[in-house]
Design a protein around this ligand. Structure first.
Ligand SMILES: [Zn+2]
Length: 334
């Protein structure tokens, strides 16, 4: 549904000049995030989402710089009549250092990088990346009948390759142990994969990003879906990752981006985190929207519908203006 609405509005978005949308919405700062920019989608990501090329990213920045100026501060209600964009990158992939930073540097833009403390230096692999690696193997190699039968047993699904692939795609944080069992049958060694591909940023690269003027924030320890875990675990994931990032990178900012989404996160969670971390800002992924929790900032997921930043932002502005008419522009929490 969300996809259909987005696509329908994106088609007519060219009719509305950006300046007009900013003026009508009175939203002067847009918060955007990406994961990866690369001309080659790595195996651990290619079956999860479409990866933006360097050329398309450069075009995105051109559009942004035409209408906004960058900020790494949180500017919500500004009176200076300036428009800002706040750029962040989630998941701490090595391409942040190798590809993204050089492009940002060319354009003299600073950004925020949200890092999973458990993955720095390729210590561990995000379970969704395991999903992508497994699917790649299932799609590209001949899998014998016996193995399909073993996999369907683990996944509790029909003994058909297509159904096995579909079931792997739906594995979540709670049953991610199944991925390790599947990998044994498929002879995939995730530790070797980590060594060979080194998907993540190293400690040294993160230090260099910070020295170049970018900000470093936390993104949980190992990227769980927060609504699948109890609040105590949410607090642990948030607090431990924030403490580690702050300590390791000498960061005075308290910045935290929720893994996946901040959907269904309760007020009690925010109260506890706000008590533990002074002046913290947390970040969600709901597009242009305001939040009942004043220091919880919603960001636009630019990669989600695989459209340019221009089309994505303009569509988000139109959606926001429409939501505001029906008083649906504010996220209310229990
Ligand atoms: Zn993430």
């Amino acid at each position: 549904m969300k996809k259909i609405i987005f696509h329908s509005i994106s088609i007519i978005s060219y009719l509305f000049p950006t300046k007009l949308l900013i003026h009508l919405s009175r939203v002067r700062t847009v918060f955007l995030f990406y994961h990866l920019i690369s001309n080659n989608a790595p195996i651990h990501i290619k079956n999860l989402y479409s990866v933006r090329t360097e050329r398309k990213f450069r075009n995105d920045l051109k559009f942004l710089l035409k209408h906004f100026q960058y900020t790494t501060e949180i500017i919500r209600h500004n009176s200076s009549k300036k428009n800002y964009f706040h750029l962040s990158f989630d998941d701490g992939l090595k391409e942040c250092f190798e590809i993204i930073e050089p492009i940002l540097n060319e354009n003299q833009i600073k950004a925020v990088f949200f890092i999973n403390s458990g993955f720095i230096d390729n210590k561990d692999l995000f379970y969704k990346y395991k999903v992508s690696i497994i699917i790649e193997k299932l799609k590209t190699e001949k899998i014998n009948k016996q193995n399909i039968s073993h996999l369907s047993e683990i996944l509790e699904c029909k003994t058909k390759l297509k159904t096995v692939i579909q079931s792997v795609q739906t594995i979540n944080f709670k049953n991610k142990y199944k991925l390790d069992r599947i990998s044994e049958y498929l002879k995939i060694n995730f530790i070797d994969y980590l060594k060979q591909y080194e998907p993540y940023l190293t400690t040294n690269q993160i230090i260099k990003l910070k020295e170049k003027g970018h900000k470093i924030g936390a993104h949980s320890i190992n990227h769980p879906e927060y609504f699948e875990i109890i609040e105590e675990e949410q607090i642990k994931q948030t607090t431990e990752s924030l403490n580690e990032i702050k300590q390791q990178f000498d960061s005075e900012d308290n910045l935290f981006a929720f893994p996946f989404t901040d959907n269904l996160i309760k007020i009690s969670f925010f109260e506890k985190i706000n008590r533990n971390f002074k002046n913290i800002y947390t970040f969600g992924t709901a597009g242009i929207k305001y939040d009942q929790i004043k220091n919880n900032i919603q960001r636009i997921p630019v990669e989600m519908f695989n459209k340019s930043a221009k089309t994505t932002i303009k569509t988000q502005y139109i959606l926001y203006i429409l939501k505001k008419i029906f008083n649906r522009h504010l996220i209310k929490r229990k």
